[in-house]
Write a protein that binds this ligand. Structure first.
Ligand code: ADP
Length: 357
């Protein structure tokens, strides 16, 4: 097992810099997810760790070894791709054993390692099948099994669940969490899906434009996003972002106001803003409730019934819409006026430059 350290990592393609100096520390046994929109550089970063892309600048360490110039086979990593990359003409057993076969491993060792991987992934009854006789989820399990057999120090996953349907993705997510708990291995996982990131990660790295926006646990990112980008990206439905002006500041609070929210006092101390600054208030849909002291009033434009909860889109005075996540059986319908209470101690506040106060 091993820790992974990225210090000042950069990647240029020609004159274009796509990774702009990234620092990430990954502990031994940690499950770290790189997440961000398409093109943010997460796959490039993973491929640099794997040794499939040259590193333009910075230092990459796996365990105690600087691996910048080591070929992939010497990095003690195994990578699982979105496209399963298993051999169609081989059985599951042969696929699992492939790496050991080309390394001329003794048969007893091969059999033992294949049996162990098949047991961990509950595929003992599938060993004699070929990939064409497997479902998508089973094929991806074979690909993961091939990684397990190699006993890598670090597992790298590049969007491994993207080709699976929604229900299977949920199952496989749970299997991956269990696999991580069983193996205790360091795992680095790339996805554009913030739900996958939230559910799998010990630690999430949010990327945008080749720059790390925030590193933290799922709940740190949910409750205290570092900037407007992370606030909008993590959490479903998205955080509501409302423009307001600073009306007063003291040592323990900031008073902000807008036509939509009236005047509210946010219990935040030491905020470096000035009276008159245009700031943004962030309110999670799940932190809005019906009625109460700090009313936001608006008109319901759309109601989505999800069973366990009801999402109401509400148009405010300025025309901006917000989403409130209300109880599943709440009585609410389109065109109705709605009073919402906000939990102000849970609100986020973003300064004019988009950074959290
Ligand atoms: P993500 O995985 O987050 O979708 P990528 O890491 O694939 O993003 O790509 C990051 C950026 O690098 C993108 O702008 C992409 O167009 C660019 N890029 C990726 N590969 C190459 C390449 N071989 N040549 C030039 N630009 C590339």
């Amino acid at each position: 097992m091993a820790q992974v350290s990225l210090k000042g990592i950069k990647k240029n393609y020609g004159a274009t810099q796509v990774i702009k100096g990234v620092d990430i520390e990954i502990s031994d046994g940690e499950f770290v997810v790189f997440v961000g929109p398409s093109g943010c550089g997460k796959s490039t970063l993973l491929r640099m760790i794997a040794g499939l892309e040259d590193i333009t600048g910075g230092t990459l360490t796996i365990g105690d070894t600087v691996v910048n110039d080591l070929p992939p086979k010497d990095r003690r990593i195994a990578m699982v791709f979105q496209s399963y990359a298993i051999f169609p003409h081989m059985t599951v057993r042969e696929n699992l054993a492939f790496g050991l076969t080309i390394a001329n491993a003794p048969k007893a060792e091969k059999d033992a390692k294949v049996a162990e991987a098949a047991r961990i992934l509950q595929m003992e009854n599938l060993l004699e099948r070929r990939p064409s006789q497997l479902s998508g989820g089973q094929r991806q399990r074979v690909a993961i099994g091939r990684a397990i057999v190699r006993k890598p120090a670090v597992f790298l996953f590049d969007e491994p669940l993207s080709n699976l349907d929604a229900a299977l993705r949920v199952d496989m997510r749970m299997e991956l969490s269990k696999l991580h708990a069983d193996l205790g291995a360091t795992m680095i996982y790339v996805t554009h899906d913030q739900v996958e990131a939230m559910t799998l990660a010990d630690k999430i790295v949010v990327l945008k434009g080749g720059v790390v926006q925030q590193i933290g646990t799922p709940l740190e990112l949910y409750h205290t996003p570092a900037n407007l980008f992370v606030a909008g990206f993590m959490g479903s439905p998205k955080m509501n972002l409302l423009k307001a002006r600073v009306e007063a500041i003291d040592a323990t609070s900031v008073t902000v106001g807008s036509a939509d929210i009236g005047t509210v006092v946010l219990p935040k101390g030491g905020v470096s803003a000035a009276v008159g600054d245009e700031v943004t208030i962030g309110l999670r849909p799940h932190h809005l409730t019906l009625g109460g002291a700090h009313d936001i009033t608006g008109k319901v434009v759309l109601v989505e019934r999800l069973g366990n909860e009801t999402l109401a889109a509400v148009a405010l005075a300025s025309g901006q819409q917000i989403i409130a996540a209300l109880p599943g059986d709440v009585e609410v319908s389109a065109n109705q006026e709605l009073n919402l209470a906000t939990e102000l101690h849970r609100a986020s506040l973003f300064l004019p430059n988009g950074v959290a106060a």
